[in-house]
Each structure stands twice: as structure tokens, then as C-alpha cells.
Ligand binder design. Structure first.
Ligand SMILES: *Cc1c(COP(=O)(O)O)cnc(C)c1O
Length: 820
């Protein structure tokens, strides 16, 4: 949406030649792509010409769609009656930029322009999220930072916004000048600078000079003082009053000192003129810590108070990372960084590697660096990095990289090409290693990653941890910043794998975990999970395990209270416990008439410290039970209050499960208990589209057969061929958790994106599906659920709920975790 103008104005702005009819339509959209037009009648189509496409070819089609205004480079002879207008210019590219410049000038809010070698997009995204605590913010879409992307971003800004954040990326000299004319940032951010020569610049100084042209008219330029070359350049070019530097050390305008903690990092912020503030951030890798400090500096400059910024940071949604972690062959973990070719990027990747769980060796597979001018110097730097990050083995691919041979002391080997490495991959004897694969695009390392990735036959459950993060953040965004989150990882984390998921949410800084049984808690402790863990259904036999592993049992009846109290007395030990208050579920829990007894027991056994009190809603997901839920919540408050009265300390209170978080935001109390929502199912169905499915259950086709008309399939002759056709036997059965109720046409699976129905009865380890009408060969992948086939629909088709399908997946099904 742009500030409306008429075709005659367009003609004036681009100094073009207007032909065709003087139509009266008002232009509110500018498009360069004939697909996805929103409002053709009020769109101005700009016909760009590229190497492989020519926008002019689409004009006929666009006219049919209702577009009436065109910016073109050719003459069009058109029928006056057609009511279309053409503005002709020499260069529509330039025209597009002129229109953007015009639109930019109409915007009266603040514009923030970001440039630099790395982190632009993340800084933009995070800054956008933090500023939106206080301002209405618009930002350029994902990677719209180019000569065409920037104008299109500008067309997305209108007067309803207060702040616009735009990213500028250049690959050639003289491009920034054009972007500067369009963006005209009030505040600039220079994130950092990579090594010389990449991105096609003669030397580092030229590159910095070129990039900093973005700030020609900025009131303030934010940068990190440790980037010495940037500091020097900016100081020479701009008056002191327009620079705002931050640094890890005193001596800059802002001191932003980092301190790594077990769950992320703290950032101490000191401004020259005022007090201090300590920010808490959920990550500890170098790149993120730099990016977030740019965000803190910029938000401060825009007038946000530290506590507002902190609130924004607590709500940060994970921005897709370029680096991905994958399970590799022979127990290896792969870090895939296949499209990187500069030293700065390598440094970030190595730093990321350092934050991963250690394995046997650290192996680096690295290609030649591209466009490295003074290559000896660049490789010297690489050699230092390799030493600094303690790489155990280097595998070099290419010719230039071989100059590292005499510099790099420990084990290394060099190959001329990726193909040569692939031929010798077996000799590398990978075994439980952490392998960073980083190389320039031209080396085609994706083939290497593909070869080295773990391939699993048969049935697997793939868990997408980024989707899990997304879901977690979605629920976080609906909570008050101070509300704690307990993640329910009972029942093998709803089938997803308890220790991996617990580890991941521990990383996301969840506050608590809950399991059903003591054994599940013990397993988590053994996997190194240190978050507090509540055990819903402990038994007397496990008291000593609770104690040894610092697990916190739920106490749900007076007799259980007494047993546990006596045990702790005999051990002369305290234990943190949680009280389950039954307000209507009638499963476990103290009832209203137990309160007196409970308070007496609390006095009698001070060894049991009441860490929290909670209740569970019976129908949080059902609109029809809304009133009942409110009754439960009221009763809970009343019961909790009566117990609280007798205590000298304050236990946490909590009541809401996933559906409750959505429906009863006013009853968050101190904590919520997040279960199925984290796993991608929104039980109240109000926000289903906002969650991502985290798991995909897959198997493969073992055999394909052609079966005659009238023949039967499987046990009991239940499946019958109506015509001659083909069936596929797939490697999943009810013992894997593929419910027998899917037999005989009820169940559907996806093969090469086509639906196939179950034919006959589901067997213990196998199932037959009818593939008469579809393309498939033996070995093809079969999706049981995941993208294209929803868990909810499947559950519905056999009259159950997604909870049951998720938790039924057998433990023999291999779980594979990935970050996409
Ligand atoms: C399982 C469970 C939850 C989580 O419920 P979801 O519907 O999966 O969010 C919360 N509280 C208790 C006591 C539970 O047993």
C-alpha cells in the first residue's frame, strides 16, 4: 500500500512520457510480478527486464486481470478505448527507485537503515520485535535488501507506522548511493564487516566506505567500537555528534558488557549519563550477543526504557538461522554451513560449533575461500581460527586452501575437489564427531552433507526443533512476561522423546518440567537436565529416587502427605512438593473438605516445603464448559488461599494447560503448564494456524505388487480388489503405533504427495495401501502424518484425539531431530 497517486503524477516523478487514456484510477499498489496481485485496478505495474524474464511479456495478461496503469520501456500502441495508461521511460529499474524515493519522503516517522556484512536480517527482525513493544513498526520482508527489494519494501510503509526498519545489502560499488537515496535513514546501524575482497570490493576500506554511504544523511550512526576499521572510517567521515558507539569495554558511548551464564547471558548496560541495567538474553553465542547489543543500543536511542527493551527481548521469536544441525552417519553431528565463503562467516560458524554438545573430535571440512584478494593473509587468519577453536582435524577442499598445510599443525588432509573427497569419504573414518561443513557455493557441499547425513530405513519420527521453538514462543507471547512456564514432558514428551525435548526447552529457558512417573524424572536427570522437575504420580517405592535426583513429587492426598512426611522425617531431609487441588477433575488431588487436614499436616511435617499448588481444568478446550472452568478457577483460588493463610512462605499457583492459556489469560497465576500446544496441536482450535506441526511420522514402501480383480489382501480376507491394481506394503503396523482402527480404507497415507488408502487390516508390523492410481516405486517415502496430512484429521477419522496418536508411537520407532 502506497500513499495514493495518479498516473500523471507517476509520469512527473519518473520524467516519463505518458500515453494511452487519461484514466481516473487511483494507484495504491506497485507491483513487479504478475502473480498475487491484490487489487489490480489500483495497481501500477512496473515492467522490469532481467536476464531471464521481461515484465513487458505479461502486460496483455495483466490487462485482462484488470490492471490499467503501466510503467514501461517500450512504446505500446493501444486502442484508446482500452482505458489503459502507459508511462514510458528509458529504464524502469530507475523509475521504480524514483517512485520509492518519492514515497519515502512522504513518510514522517523514523527510518532505521541497517547495513554490514553479517547479522543484518537478524538485527532487523529482533529490533522490529523489541520496538513493537512500544511503536507500530514496519520492516522490510525477509531478504528484500537489494536494488529491487528496497523499493518494494518502501512501498510497504505507510503513514500508519511510526518506525520503519530497512536493510541494505550491496554487492557492487556504487549501489549504496542508490539505496541511500531511497532509504534516507534517520538512524543507521553498521553491524560489522567481513574480510576484504569478498562481495566484490577492492579492499576493506573501500568496502566500508561504500557501505557507510547509507548513512550520508543520518542523524545518528550506531556501531560497535571493537570493529576498529569501521570506527576509524566513521570518525574520519562524520562529526562526533552523529556517532554512537558501543563497546565491551569502557570508552564508548554505551558500555554493553556480556557475561555468559548457564542459560544464556547477561548484558550489563551502562550509559555515560545515567544508571545501569542488566539485560538477560537467552543465547550465548558471539553472533547473537553482538546482534542483540545493536538492538539494545538502537532501541535506547529511540527512547525505549531498559525494562521495556528487556520485555521485548523476553518475547523474541527465534529468527531462522543459516546454520543447521543435522544427525550424521556413525553418530556424528553435522553443522551445515554450505553457503559460506568468508572468514567472518567461518568465525561465526566455529563459534556456533563451540556451543554444541561436545563429541569425540571437532572436524572442519572447509573449501577454498572465494574472492580472497590478499589470500595469504586471509588463510593465515583461517589458520589462527582453526587453532583458536581447537579443531582436531581439517579436511580442505580446493587448491588455494592447501597453503594451510604447513601452517596447521595437527591432523589434516587436502582434496582437489568435492568429488575427490566424496570418493574417499570412507577413509575419513568419522565416528561420533562434531563436523562443521562450510564452503563456497561453487563447491557444491550440499552433496557432501547429503552423503554424510544419517539415512534411516523403515519408520522414523522426525522432530523439528525449530517448529517447537516457534510453538513455545507463540505461547510465551500470550503470557505476561513474569508468568513461568512448566513444560509437560510426560509420556516420553507426548511421544516426541523426553530427554531431547527437555534439553531443548531447557535451552529455551522454560522454568519447570513435569513428568508422570519418577522413572521418567530419573531418566531426565541422567540425561543432564537440571531444570526443576515435578512428578505427577510418584509412588512410595520411589521416595529415595525422588530424594537422590532432586525430583519434586506431587502430593495429592492426606495419607500420601503423611507417608512422604514420615519418610523425610526419618531421613532428616527436606523435600520440595506440589499440592494437587481437586476442583472438579476427580482424578487425584485434595478435595475441599481436606483443607483442615492439609494445614495440620503442613504444620506436622515442615520437612515438606510446598513449592506450588495447582489444579487442572477438565474442559479448558471446550467453549461449552467455559462456565465450569470458571467455577473450577474460583474454587482453586479459594482453596489455595485457605492453605496459603497458614503458611509463612508463598508457593507458586498454577492452573492452565495449553487450551487454558488461550481461553483464560486472566488466570495465569504464577505459572502455566504447557503440553500438547508445544507439540503443535492447539486444542481449543482458535489459533491452530499459528502453531507449527513439530513431528512427521514416515516410513517406506517395502514391496509393490499387482493384484488381480477380486483377490483379497491381508488377514481375514478383509481387503478386496475391485479392479486389477497395485498395492504397496509399507513398513509400519499397530506395534509401531499405527492404530488398527485405520484398517480397511479408514486410514490414508501420502506417497509422493498423493493419497493412498489402507486396504485390508493393519498388521502388527506392516500395512498394505492401494496405489493403483498413483506413481510410486519400492523404497519411496510414505508420510503417515506431517505436512499435507494432519494429525487432528487422522485422530478424528478413528474417533480419538491427537494426544492418543502422539503418545502411541512405539519406542521402537526411531526419533530424528533437526533444525530446519
Ligand atoms: C498433561 C497435563 C497438562 C498439559 O495439558 P495439555 O492439554 O497437553 O496442555 C497440564 N496439567 C496436568 C496436570 C497434566 O496432567
Amino acid at each position: 500500500m502506497v500513499e495514493a497517486f495518479k498516473i500523471a503524477q507517476v509520469s512527473e516523478i519518473v520524467t516519463g512520457n505518458c500515453t494511452g487514456s487519461e484514466n481516473a484510477t487511483t494507484i495504491t499498489q506497485i507491483a513487479i510480478d504478475s502473480r498475487n496481485l491484490i487489487n489490480p485496478n489500483s495497481t501500477l505495474f512496473v515492467a522490469l527486464k532481467g536476464a531471464k524474464f521481461d515484465g513487458h511479456d505479461f502486460i496483455q495478461e495483466l490487462y485482462k486481470l484488470g490492471v490499467r496503469n503501466f510503467l514501461v520501456m517500450r512504446t505500446f500502441t493501444i486502442d484508446k478505448s482500452l482505458n489503459a495508461a502507459f508511462v514510458q521511460v528509458q529504464d524502469t529499474h530507475q523509475g521504480l527507485q524514483q517512485l520509492a524515493t518519492y514515497q519515502r519522503k512522504l513518510f514522517l516517522g523514523k527510518v532505521i537503515g541497517i547495513t554490514g556484512s553479517n547479522g543484518k536480517t537478524i538485527v532487523k527482525e529482533w529490533l522490529g520485535q523489541v520496538l513493537s513493544q512500544h511503536y507500530s513498526v514496519v520492516k522490510s520482508p525477509k531478504s528484500y535488501n537489494s536494488q529491487v527489494g528496497v523499493p518494494l519494501s518502501v512501498f510497504g510503509i505507510n503513514s500508519s507506522y511510526q518506525v520503519a526498519i530497512l536493510e541494505a545489502g550491496i554487492s557492487r560499488p556504487e549501489e549504496m548511493e542508490k539505496l541511500e537515496r531511497i532509504i534516507q535513514p534517520n538512524v543507521g546501524i553498521f553491524t560489522n564487516i567481513g574480510t576484504a575482497h569478498e562481495e566484490g570490493f577492492e579492499n576493506l576500506d573501500k568496502k566500508i566506505a561504500e557501505k557507510s554511504q547509507l548513512f550520508a544523511g543520518s542523524d545518528l550512526i550506531i556501531y560497535r567500537k571493537e570493529h576498529q576499521e569501521i570506527h576509524n572510517h566513521l570518525r574520519n567521515m562524520f562529526p562526533e555528534s552523529r556517532l554512537l558507539s558501543w563497546s565491551e569495554e569502557v570508552g564508548a558511548d554505551y558500555l554493553l558488557k556480556e557475561k555468559i551464564t548457564p542459560n544464556g547471558a547477561k548484558i550489563l548496560f551502562v550509559k555515560a549519563d545515567s544508571g545501569m541495567f542488566t539485560f538477560q538474553v537467552p543465547f550465548s553465542d558471539m553472533a547473537s550477543l553482538e546482534n542483540i547489543r545493536h538492538v539494545i543500543a538502537a532501541s535506547t536511542v529511540l527512547g525505549m526504557a531498559p525494562h521495556q527493551i528487556q520485555e521485548g527481548i523476553s518475547h523474541l521469536q527465534a529468527v531462522d538461522m543459516r546454520l543447521t544441525v543435522k544427525a550424521g552417519i556413525r553418530g556424528c553431528t553435522l553443522i551445515d554451513d554450505t553457503y559460506n565463503n568468508d572468514v567472518a562467516g567461518l568465525r561465526l560458524a566455529l563459534d556456533f560449533m563451540a556451543t554444541q554438545r561436545p563429541k569425540k573430535r571437532k572436524v572442519l571440512i572447509l573449501s577454498d575461500l572465494m574472492q580472497v584478494g590478499d589470500s595469504a593473509k586471509a588463510y593465515e587468519e583461517v589458520g589462527h581460527l582453526i587453532k583458536h577453536f581447537g579443531i582436531d582435524r581439517l579436511i580442505g577442499v580446493g587448491t588455494a586452501i592447501q597453503q594451510l598445510a604447513d601452517r596447521f599443525v595437527s591432523s589434516s588432509r587436502y582434496y582437489q575437489s568435492t568429488a575427490e573427497l566424496l570418493l574417499n569419504l570412507n577413509e575419513e573414518q568419522f565416528d561420533n564427531d562434531l563436523v562443521l561443513i562450510t564452503g563456497a557455493r561453487k563447491f557444491g557441499f550440499e552433496v557432501l552433507v547429503n552423503q554424510m547425513q544419517q539415512r534411516i530405513h523403515g519408520t522414523t519420527l522426525e522432530i523439528n526443533l525449530n517448529a517447537l521453538t516457534h510453538n513455545y514462543n507463540f505461547y510465551k507471547s500470550r503470557l505476561n512476561p513474569s508468568t513461568k512456564v512448566m513444560v509437560m514432558v510426560k509420556a516420553f514428551a507426548y511421544g516426541g522423546g523426553a530427554s531431547e525435548i527437555a534439553n531443548h526447552v531447557q535451552h529455551l529457558q522454560a522454568d519447570y518440567l513435569a513428568v508422570a512417573y519418577t522413572d521418567e524424572g530419573v531418566a531426565l536427570r541422567e540425561a543432564g537436565i537440571h531444570l526443576p522437575i515435578m512428578v505427577l504420580n510418584p509412588v512410595q517405592e520411589s521416595f529415595h529416587l525422588l530424594q537422590i535426583h532432586q525430583l519434586e513429587p506431587v502430593v495429592y492426598s492426606p495419607s500420601f502427605f503423611q507417608q512422604l512426611g514420615l519418610y523425610c522425617q526419618s531421613q532428616n531431609n527436606e523435600m520440595l512438593v506440589h499440592l494437587d487441588l481437586d476442583t472438579g477433575m476427580h482424578r487425584l488431588g485434595f478435595e475441599e473438605n481436606h483443607i483442615q487436614e492439609v494445614t495440620d499436616l503442613i504444620q506436622e511435617f515442615p520437612q515438606l516445603i510446598i513449592q506450588s499448588m495447582y489444579t487442572h481444568l477438565v474442559g479448558a478446550d471446550e467453549e461449552a464448559l467455559g462456565d465450569f472452568s470458571l467455577v473450577q478457577l474460583e474454587l482453586f483460588k479459594e482453596m489455595a488461599f485457605r492453605i496459603q493463610e497458614k503458611l509463612t512462605y508463598k508457593p507458586l499457583l498454577h492452573a492452565l494447560n495449553s487450551a487454558g492459556i488461550i481461553r483464560f489469560p486472566d488466570h495465569q497465576f504464577d505459572m502455566v503448564r504447557l503440553g500438547i500446544g508445544l507439540y503443535g496441536v492447539e486444542p481449543s482450535k482458535l489459533f491452530s494456524h499459528q502453531l507449527k506441526s513439530i513431528s512427521t511420522l514416515k516410513t517406506t514402501i517395502s514391496q509393490i505388487k499387482t493384484i488381480k480383480k477380486g483377490d483379497t489382501i491381508g488377514y481375514g480376507r478383509k481387503g478386496k480388489m475391485a479392479i486389477e491394481g497395485r498395492i504397496a506394503t509399507i513398513a509400519i503396523g499397530y506395534a509401531d503405533g499405527y492404530d488398527r482402527r485405520f484398517s480397511n480404507g479408514i486410514g490414508k497415507v501420502l506417497i509422493n504427495r498423493q493419497e493412498a488408502k489402507v486396504i485390508g487390516n493393519v498388521c502388527m508390523d506392516m500395512t498394505m495401501v492401494d496405489i493403483t492410481d498413483l506413481d510410486a516405486v519400492e523404497g519411496d517415502e510414505v508420510t503417515i502424518y506431517g505436512e499435507g496430512i494432519s494429525l487432528d484429521d487422522l485422530a478424528h477419522s478413528i474417533g480419538t484425539i491427537s494426544y492418543e496418536l502422539l503418545t502411541n508411537i512405539s519406542s521402537r520407532v526411531k526419533r530424528v531431530y533437526y533444525l530446519d
